[in-house]
Ligand binder design. Sequence first.
Ligand code: PHE
Length: 501
Amino acid sequence: MHEPQPPTPAATARIGASGFAGHPRGLSTLFFTELWERFSYYGMRALLALFVVAPAAAGGLGLSTMEAARIYGNYTMAVYMLSIPGGYIADRYLGARHAVLVGGGIIACGHYTLAIPSLTSFYIGLALIAIGTGLFKPNISVMVGGLYREGDERRDAGFSIFYMGINIGGLIAPLITGFLAQSALFKGWLADWGFDPAMSWHWGFAAAGVGMTFGLLAFVAQGARLRSVGNAPAISAAGAGISLLVLAGTVAAIGLTVLSDAEGFQWLRSLFLIVPVAAIAWFASKADLDAKRIAAIFVLFIAAMIFWAIFEQAGLTIAFFADKLTRTEIAGIAFPSAWVQSLNPFFVILLAPIFAWGWVRLGPRQPSSPMKFAIGLALLGASFLLMVPAAMLTADGKVSPLWLVGLFFLQTTGELCLSPVGLSAMTKLAPYRFVGLMLGVWFLAAAWGNKLAGILGGGFTAGDAGELAMFFLQQALMVAVGAGLLFALTPWVKRLMGGVR
Ligand code: PHE
């Protein structure tokens, strides 16, 4: 028998370890809540663009590809942009826990609203999901961080487990919503039950709402495991005022971005590049290290924005390619085209452990963050380059789904070089008191990237193989230029980072 020892600092940090793979039990609450929230997000997103262009007779909105791209870009942009006020309001006012609860409730209402077949309910539903996700998404991540005390060596592993939850939700969702919305089998059942089979889309949207409801139930039922994590701060009047200001500023920025779709206002889009380039020039010219590191953050910002501009076309360009130009069948059995959306989360679940092992294995020999970003961009360029021959082959009819397997394999290896690395680089490069703000900047890169995905995806055409090949080639070249520039700038960015890798 051992004498009881006084707890070491590491042991103190491990208090609460039990139940969930050696992690604080609250991680399981957050894991399942986020799994179901992402189930709802990606389950709905897998249908969104297809629903918008489906003819009215097939239950869709009957709009053009261009209009679908506009809706997709503005909606996904708003989702991530609203994370900035969502995070701020929780920090100063509501607390992360209430923000997740309220946000999750609004998201569920949004999906159920989409289940009602009308154009008004469609737009109201999208707005509700965007607002709810703004409150939910940043704050659930903040709570994951809050489970660990400073210096707890399990923190990074905790985030990796959480990222698995995200992708398990993203993997199963399109399988279910795609089956409900697109399969002949389910449409047959609807007809048998006396429902209109053309309304199948709305059953898919309702399933997304049910998923979010499961998430809320998990969050409430297992809430005690979170102890005090995410509790509201002491309310200050100034907090409420500034929160409103941040909210108003974000809504104005979203308004301007939507306005940039209109004739005569497209020049507004140049701000996507002018703003971060100006920030780089300003902060790099300062003498102190904190400022130089912020300059490095904005270099990574531009790279991430370009990355998401291609990557987030998955639910748009690639959804169309899968639906209209791919033989969606295995061994002669047809499957819903939305199932293709499960390939990215599938590869994340498969490859993330290999990457985690690889980075540890490489230790100090592993590439720096800007180098990993450049590799991520290069892989993304390669994924669209792969689509050039695939697009050419569509001249002879539908192509094999293996092209999309290849595309998502390359994109996911790119994602794993950039997305987790970026998140951790933001927290390491930001001066301590600005960490929350810099996470907001990271979400802004995702938001603008999604808007660009909508702008670029508007050029998709299923009618002309040569034009479609050019569409993919142009974007592959654009990303290749970005990757090349970043490779060239890496030594300079490393100097700006001043010791952070
Ligand atoms: N798959 C990621 C997620 O849903 C994509 C993402 C990365 C979204 C970064 C926002 C910001 O969480």
